[in-house]
Each structure stands twice: as C-alpha cells, then as structure tokens.
Design a protein around this ligand. Sequence first.
Ligand SMILES: [Zn+2]
Length: 415
Amino acid sequence: MHPFTAVFLTLLGIVVAAQLWLARRQLIHVGARRQQVPREFEGEVPLTAHQKAADYTIARTRLGQVENVYGALLLLLWTVGGGLNVLDGFWRAAVTNDLFAGTLFLLSIALVNGLLDLPFNVYRTFVLERRFGFNRTTPGLFVLDLVKQTALAVAIGAPLILAALWLMRSSGGLWWVYVWLLWTGFSLFMVWAYPTLIAPLFNRFKPLDRESLRARLHALLERTGFRSEGIYVVDSSRRTSHGNAYFTGFGRAKRVVFFDSLLEQLAENEVEAVVAHELGHYRLHHIMKRMAMIVAMSLMALAVLGWLAGQPWFYHALGVNHPSNSAALALFVMVGPIFTFFLTPLVARRSRRHEHEADDFAAEQSDARALIGALIKLYKENASTLTPDPLHSAFYDSHPPAAVRIGALQKRHAH
Ligand SMILES: [Zn+2]
C-alpha cells in the first residue's frame, strides 16, 4: 500500500469516528434533558415544545450518523475502490478532446453524487420533516426543484469547469493563481447573482409592505446608515414552515430577507430587532471578513493543489491510474474535506463571535428584550434544541447555544 493511501484511510477513519462520537454525545445530552425545560426558559417555552425540539434534534442527529458512514463508504468507493478511475476511463474513451472529456467527467461525478444523495434528500423532506410538521413541499414541487437545480448546476458548472481546465493546461506552472482569480471572480459574481437572478427562480421575493412596520424599519435603516431598498419577504412557506432571516448580496443588491412564516410570528419590535441584528453583520463587516477569509483560504488550497497535481503518487495512492487535471480537481474536492475537518471548530467559533457582535449591535440600535423575544420564538418555531451538548456545539455550531446567546444579551443590555 502506498504510504499516502495509509494516511488517507487512517484520517478518514479518525474523522468518521469523531463525527459519530460527537453525534453520540449530542444524543445522550439532549435525551437526558428531554423531561424538563431549562430553568432560564421556564414560562417561555412549554414542555411539549421542549420535548418536540429534543425529539427533532435526536432524529436529525441519528440521520446524520447514517449519512456520515454512508458518505465515508462512498468516498472509499470513488477513490481506492476505483469509481473515479472507471468513470475517467469511460469519458477518456468516449470523447477525444481532453478538455471536454474532463468537463464531462467532473459533471458526471456531481450528477452521480446527487443521485446517491437523493434517498436521504427524499427521506429528510417527506419523512423526517413531515413527521415534525415542517414539510410543506409537494412531490411535484420537489421534482421541479431538482430539475431546476440540475439545469442550473450544468449551465453554471460546465463553463466554469471548462475554463478552469483550460487555464490548468495553458497558463504554465502558476496556473493555480489564474484558477484562483477565476474562482474569486466567479464567487463575487455569485454574491451579486444569487439574490438577484437565482433565488427568484425558486421563490417569490416581495418588498415588505406592512405600513407601520415599514416606517419603523425605515427609521432603523436611517440611523444605522444603511443605503439600500432592502427588506424583502420570501414565500418560504411553500416548502417549509421553518422560519429564518438573513442578509445577502452587496452594493445595491444587498438586502435583508425574511421568511414569511417567521414574519407572521413576530411582533413589530421583534422584527425590528432581527433586522438590526442582520444589519449588524453588514455594518461590522462580517460579510466582507468572511469573504476575505474564503478568498485567502482558496488561494492556499489551490497552491496545495498546484503542487499535488504534479505528483504521480497523489493519483495512484487514491485509486486513479491516469494522472490528469480533471482527476486532480475531483480528488482534491472529494478528499480535501477529510484533511480540513478538524478546522471546523475554528470557523464555527469565529462565526459565533460574529453572532454575539451582531446581537450587541442590535441591542444598541434597537432593543435587547425584543431580540430575546424574537430568538425564543425562533427556537420554538424551528424546534431547535435549547440543550445542545457543549462540545458538539463548540465543534459545529455557527450560532451560540440559545442559553448562552440570551444570557449574554441579558447581562449586557436588558437591565
Ligand atoms: Zn446572525
């Protein structure tokens, strides 16, 4: 066995073991606290809602465990099992132009992976989400979404892959710098294009039109110096009764988007506090910082790929007989996450710090009590657990646990 094969197999084993262990901790922690609403939330969250959140969290965590194992098995089949090698050989024989063969190879991997994920997708939507009363998607809409997503992925992915493979072949030893420029340009384009062109293919976005609320939010936008039309309501309730709000886009396309189901649940001062939180992310440059981090990390990743792509052992150790640029990309995208898995808590911690900062901003510009009220409703409506395992949460969660987040708001602002 090649030494790198041994490194890969060992690390994959460690990653799956860590995933299953963290999930098991979560199952035990949440299960043990199912019978009692945490003291901080007594009177705010009824026992039935708390138990639903526990059951929902447990069901999703168990499904996640199955997916962890399934994902690892698929990765083994693709790599050392020879899956990539077979597919690569097929396209190599079928198409003489190697740029087209490479593009078709990469697109077909994505397609096969999408099909292999489909059972989980269907189970999650029509069994798990339905059991807890969240699913609103019909089979017809589900299929239509799949068709649209696939068409979109091909329409955007094919030219992007073709351009990347062409740069890898034609721009010399520093091709990875050019591919990085291409990737960065594409990412910036998508930040603009997603809210304006792509999301409207799936949902209807309407400017928020409740009169009294609009005046209130307009005043908030003025005093936080936010120049944009921007508060939209999306008809998310066509697919799910989960609620959320998020910030997206840049320049004139930047906007705060509310799920319609959330908007119905919140009082006006709570809506204002949530918008203030989202504006906080923008004003405190969290969006820019995150993009800068992604751009810097993709340069590092591509520099590593620039080196790996020239090493024959990289291919042979991972089950590909014929080194090529497209095989290098495929292996890198598939195997890379195993090598970066243990960076997850660093990224999550940074994100949680930003959440605290945006909460503070909202407390200053709006009202801490209203934000707390909105957060409790969000947790209740989404059946998010109030009692996550601390280690599981520290490893994965982009948002601080409810008790920590609300505790911080109370301590600093709601005297
Ligand atoms: Zn946030």
